[in-house]
Write a protein that binds this ligand. Structure first.
Ligand code: TRP
Length: 359
């Protein structure tokens, strides 16, 4: 690819380098290599041409999304979520499995739990998104695989998740999740994720999408995790997302199980689709400044990260920050900010005085 026709790979690598610098990551070359591998055939695609693939990772079909997770002391960790793109004539899952084999080999990943549930989620002619990965850029990178509970159709999702939890020794978790998070017909399983490392802290994560939901749905959902303060969860939801219920995109809950001997979730996270609830990304940043200040944290890292990836003023579009999440419970508490590449498209800003923007 020549420099006159920038590729997705080039943009994503420039962005990951800028983000690595913002979070103080010492090994940007490893991050760049992993981004390049995750993009695969999509990497050479020129930015001036719309993508020929479908990917639900980002609103503009970019198959990778970055995020910065802050712990309660404000220490940042850089991550990415992505979906390998298939070559013509190939399947998305096949492309993803090839990449998984490469990474498993190089990083000695533990595939035991993935192997135990893969045929449940990846039947021939599976429906849904296929197979996604996330990577945490630590000195030794950490990997997670995302499976689709709707792979056998939406009606089968509860049974599929129940089955997978049983296989993983977490059978009692299902009724607890169902009671707290699946109380309404608009509540549906969205993702099923597994950490791919061996060891006691390897997690199983179950995600539920709450369509047409407001803060009170999250308040109920979080009660499945001992010790979580429902008022903290709903206050976060309202500070970031505003007072109105979400109508076009779901609020998402996740439960994480990291104690192999226990089916009690130790973490609840709430993902707020903030891009639905603001006029533009500057409004989102201002709300995040408020949240960080309340926690005694400074916004510098986030501001530097946004400067590093932005190719436009924050006020001139909406969705560079698609989601913001709060992590609560006894492990991994903190705040995560998701960052879109906007490689192919920027959603125009809405009017700040408009009725839906509540800026
Ligand atoms: N783009 C999808 C969505 O908005 C999936 C997704 C990507 C997502 N990153 C996410 C969902 C972060 C929740 C949180 O739903």
């Amino acid at each position: 690819m020549t420099s006159t026709e920038p590729s997705l790979r080039r943009l994503a690598n420039d962005q990951v380098r800028a983000l690595a610098s913002a979070v103080g990551l010492g090994t940007p070359q490893v991050a760049e290599e992993l981004v390049t591998e995750l993009l695969g055939v999509a990497g050479t695609h020129p930015l001036c041409t719309p993508p020929h693939w479908q990917s639900d990772i980002s609103d503009d079909q970019t198959p990778v999304e970055f995020s910065i997770a802050f712990d309660t002391a404000g220490n940042p960790t850089l991550r990415m979520l992505g979906a390998p793109v298939a070559r013509p004539g190939d399947g998305q899952v096949a492309a993803a499995l090839r990449l998984l084999a490469t990474w498993a080999d190089r990083y000695q990943l533990s595939l035991d739990r993935f192997e135990a549930v893969r045929e449940l989620f990846l039947p021939p002619n599976a429906q849904g998104f296929g197979l996604w990965f996330s990577v945490i850029f630590r000195p030794e990178p950490e990997f997670k695989v995302y499976l689709d509970p709707n792979a056998r159709g939406g009606a089968q999702a509860p049974a599929l998740v129940a089955h997978a939890l049983r296989v993983l020794g977490l059978a009692p978790a299902h009724p607890v999740i169902a009671h707290h998070a699946l109380a309404r017909p608009q509540d549906r399983f969205a993702f099923f994720a597994l950490d791919l490392h061996a060891g006691a802290q390897a997690r199983v994560k179950v995600y539920v999408a709450h369509h047409e939901a407001g803060a009170e749905v999250a308040e109920r959902a979080c009660l499945a995790v001992p010790g979580v303060d429902p008022e903290q969860v709903s206050a976060f939801c309202r500070t970031v997302g505003g007072p109105l219920p979400f109508t076009t995109r779901p609020l998402i809950s996740s439960y994480s199980f990291s104690d192999p001997g226990s089916a009690v979730p130790d973490n609840y996270s709430l993902y707020v689709p903030v891009r639905e609830a603001v006029a533009d990304d500057e409004v989102t940043l201002n709300r995040l400044r408020t949240v960080l200040r309340e926690q005694g944290l400074r916004p510098d890292v986030l501001e530097q990260a946004l400067r590093g990836i932005a190719r436009r003023p924050l006020a001139e579009g909406v969705g560079m920050i698609p989601h913001v999440s709060l992590r609560t419970g006894s492990t991994r508490q903190g705040l995560t900010v998701y960052l879109s590449t906007e490689a192919f498209h920027t959603t125009p800003a809405r009017s700040r005085t408009g009725h839906h923007s509540h800026a």
